[in-house]
Ligand binder design. Structure first.
Ligand code: ZN
Length: 59
């Protein structure tokens, strides 16, 4: 398999895993930086986002 694709797939899985963990912990949908709720539209576009639009995104 193309190595770059394998790396991207692994990173996507890690992001999903982290999102599921936050879901279990009741922290899903909140910005990791400021703790504000992340806009629903943003979560619908990418459920693995961890920052609101006000904070610098690391993703
Ligand atoms: Zn924020």
């Amino acid at each position: 398999m193309n190595n770059a694709i394998a790396v991207r797939r692994r990173q996507a899985l890690q992001r999903l895993d982290a999102a599921l963990k936050r879901l279990r912990d009741g922290e899903f949908g909140y910005c990791l930086e400021c703790g504000e709720e992340i806009a629903l539209r943003r979560l619908e576009l990418d459920p693995t986002v961890t920052f609101c639009t006000e904070c610098p995104s690391r993703t």
